[in-house]
Design a protein around this ligand. Structure first.
Ligand code: ADP
Ligand code: MG
Length: 707
């Protein structure tokens, strides 16, 4: 191991963490049982220490230790920390892998990764021969992929008598959770042992505010209040750092701006060096932040300076920042929810649950007594905040996950061992969408296209458009678009009105340069212009484009291209021809993936979606289609933003003929009917009726296992 990095004796000693006292017993517990649940307060050292203990105890003899995290930032920062503690270079003995970013090597023995990555590895080899231990972390977060992994690992490894062949040693599965629901987890995993790490929490006094009540549900006025309370705490409370919970990147950046402006008018984004204003060190923390900035979060502030971290929910459990004594809780979180009005998943700002609020408050009491300032009032708490957060599996689209399960040979996706069953209609919705995309057939079996689709870590619609382009030999048009849609927003939106105007002008010019009013084409054009520029970072600066985001897009494009190449070499790939112009070819490829997102002009500038929901949507002002009059009758769009109105972003005009043959598929009900066979309450008579109708369509046998 490299000796270049040494732990600074002044910094946090991992031997002081509560978990350290239980090291030997923990290692033994993992040895003793194929499944183990570990619980302990956040910050007790589970994520950073347990993999290290197991590594020291020789668990890497027969394979790696894999640790999953629901959030990519957590996987990256924790891996950095552990590499530092183990005094090795990140990417060697300790590494991480998140979507589109693999920082591991042949010598990696402790691997932090997102739960989505492990799911992909299971897809490649269901018995995971490369691992000796798999640790599912942050299970209390109940992320969709972690829940699915729980079910899969249970199915595969819980019965030692039926241990899968091909492994060097039996698999050890450790499931770690902050506190809640450990009994339920243990019961789910065949009553496996539970190891509780005793932790000490200091009292935290929570107070309610006055500013936000049930009526302020949809306003963003709470931001101002958050800033005000933060400054109040800074001026009137004793020493100790502040942690503010807000919902997302733009909001956090605005709040940081406001904090600066209030304290002194400094536009820190143009002078990132000077983040200290009147004794307050203001630090944003959100998922897509560059990692070198994230590192600063964990460092103690200079003497006499108070640190104020303005974070998303990531600081609630995934990351622990030492020295926090004051919490300012906005009461909101950004959450991906399936919106039945629109028929797709939408990121929404919603009130947190009461249990989440308690978790947030608890972050102030790790090392001494703390205070939590809730900016909402008691009425908001009682009327707007649910008791618990609904698991992701019960509120988001299951399309990608169901395709993965099917590719893993789990045909009966309704009776899969989910820790909490999703509503059946969500499963049916997913099956229906997969059928619409031709990823599964009428019997629910994965098609050749479906097998190709599952290889891409993208939304199925985007994958389908990409595969269509590949079969037409024009993947160069779609690969950059898919990459650009997979990274954070590439267009800079400055807070300052003057600068915003300037940025808007530049963005309009970029759209005009692409030659058509088509947001997808703009993305392609930006990608290509920047790539072919001699000084790409300068180019980005001039055009108000995020250089960091574009750099990621370049890397993502290469990775998607590699996946495609591999598939083209491995399988016989469909080939088609097309003789029209390039713009039409491009848009037709998009149509084959986005025909589920078609809208037709209704009245004036209002469009009506054609997916059966008939939602009324508007074009977002940031779209190049916003100012267009005339010919705009049919459009496809990438996603929807819901505020007081429903806005479509990233859109492009199409011709009805291009989707005419695809649209009817949206209204076929076969999959719904088919699924009823898997439901127990279907009567004998209904079944017969269904069977005879189905038999008239095609004389094949239908197995209930297929769904
Ligand atoms: P748990 O998983 O039980 O919530 P962790 O293992 O994440 O606990 O955290 C244990 C300790 O490690 C905390 O005191 C935290 O401050 C410290 N720590 C974690 N990540 C970092 C980091 N990137 N830099 C500095 N300290 C860190
Ligand atoms: Mg943890």
């Amino acid at each position: 191991m490299s000796k270049s990095t040494r732990l600074d004796p002044k910094e946090n000693n991992p031997k002081n963490l509560p978990i350290y006292l239980h090291k030997a017993k923990l290692v033994q517990a993992v040895k003793d049982s194929p499944f183990l649940v570990i619980t302990g307060e956040t910050g007790s050292g589970k994520t950073t220490q347990l993999p290290k203990y197991l590594h020291q105890a020789g668990f890497c003899k027969d394979g790696k230790i894999g640790i999953t995290q629901p959030r990519r930032v957590a996987a990256i920062t924790v891996a950095q920390r552990v590499a530092h503690e183990m005094q090795c270079t990140l990417g060697r003995e300790v590494g991480y892998q998140v979507r589109f970013d693999d920082c591991t090597s042949e010598s990696t023995e402790v691997k932090y990764m997102t739960d989505g990555c492990l799911l992909r590895e299971i897809l490649a080899d269901p018995i995971l021969p490369q691992y000796s231990v798999v640790i599912l972390d942050e299970v209390h977060e109940r992320s969709l992929n972690t829940d699915i992994l729980l079910g899969l690992l249970k199915k595969r490894f819980s019965n030692p008598a039926k241990a899968p062949k091909g492994r060097a040693s039996p698999m050890k599965v450790v499931v770690m959770s902050a506190t809640l629901e450990t009994d339920k987890l243990s019961a789910f995993l065949g009553d496996c042992p539970v190891f509780a790490i005793p932790g000490r929490m200091f009292p935290v006094t929570s107070t309610f505010g006055f500013a936000v009540g049930p009526k302020d549900f949809e306003s963003t006025g709470y931001m101002k209040e958050v800033v005000k309370v933060a400054l109040d705490v800074h001026t009137s409370e004793m020493a100790g750092d502040i942690l503010v919970f807000l919902t997302g990147q733009s909001e956090i950046e605005r709040a940081c701006d406001m904090l600066y402006e209030k304290a002194e008018s400094i536009d820190y984004r143009y002078d990132v060096q000077d983040q200290t204003v009147e004794g307050l060190l203001i630090l944003p923390l959100y998922g897509s932040m560059p990692t070198d900035q994230q590192r600063q979060i964990f460092q103690p502030p200079p003497p006499g300076i108070r640190k104020c971290v303005v974070a998303t929910n990531i600081a609630a459990t995934s990351l622990t920042i030492d020295g926090i004594k004051y919490i300012i809780d906005s009461g909101f979180v950004k959450q991906l929810n399936h919106n039945s009005r629109v028929g797709m998943d939408i990121l929404e700002v919603v009130p947190i649950s009461k249990s989440e609020a308690q978790q947030r408050a608890g972050r102030a009491g790790r090392t001494s007594a703390g205070k939590c300032f809730r900016i909402y009032n008691k009425e908001f708490w009682e009327k707007c905040m649910p008791e618990y957060t609904v698991p992701e599996i019960q509120r988001t689209s299951l399309t990608a996950v169901i395709l993965t399960l099917k590719c893993l040979g789990v045909h009966d996706v309704i009776r899969f061992p989910y820790p909490d069953c999703p509503e059946e209609r969500f499963i049916l919705e997913a099956l229906k969408q997969l059928y619409q995309f031709d990823a599964i057939d009428r019997r629910g079996r994965v098609t050749r296209l479906g097998e190709l689709m599952v290889e891409f870590p993208l939304h199925p619609g985007l994958t389908r458009a990409l595969l269509k382009a590949a079969s037409l030999g024009c993947q160069d048009l779609l690969l950059p678009v898919a990459a650009m849609l997979s990274v954070e927003n590439i267009f800079i939106r400055p807070g300052h009105p003057e600068k915003q105007k300037e940025a808007d002008q530049q963005h309009k010019a970029l759209a005009a340069k692409s030659g058509s009013m088509n947001d997808f084409a703009t993305l392609l054009s930006v990608f290509q212009s920047c790539q072919s520029s001699d000084r790409p970072s300068e180019w980005c600066k001039d055009h108000w484009v995020h250089w960091r985001a574009l750099k990621s897009a370049f890397s993502v494009e290469t990775q998607l291209r590699d996946i495609l190449l591999r598939l083209q070499q491995k399988r016989d790939f469909p080939e088609e021809t097309f003789d029209g112009n390039k713009s039409e070819l491009f848009r037709r490829c998009l149509c084959s993936g986005y025909f589920t997102n078609v809208a037709r002009r209704s009245i004036g500038k209002v469009f009506c979606t054609m997916d059966g929901h008939g939602s009324m949507v508007h074009i977002h002002p940031a779209s190049s289609l916003f100012d267009q009059e005339g010919e705009l009758n049919w459009i496809i769009f990438h996603d929807v933003l819901v505020t007081s109105r429903m806005y479509v972003r990233t859109a492009c005009p199409i011709r009805y003929e291009w989707v005419k043959d695809l649209l009817p598929k949206l209204h076929e009900v076969d999959v719904y009917e088919l699924s009823s066979v898997a439901r127990e309450e279907v009567t004998e008579e209904e079944m017969k009726k269904w069977e005879s109708r189905e038999a008239a369509k095609r004389p094949a046998e239908v197995s209930t296992e297929d769904i």
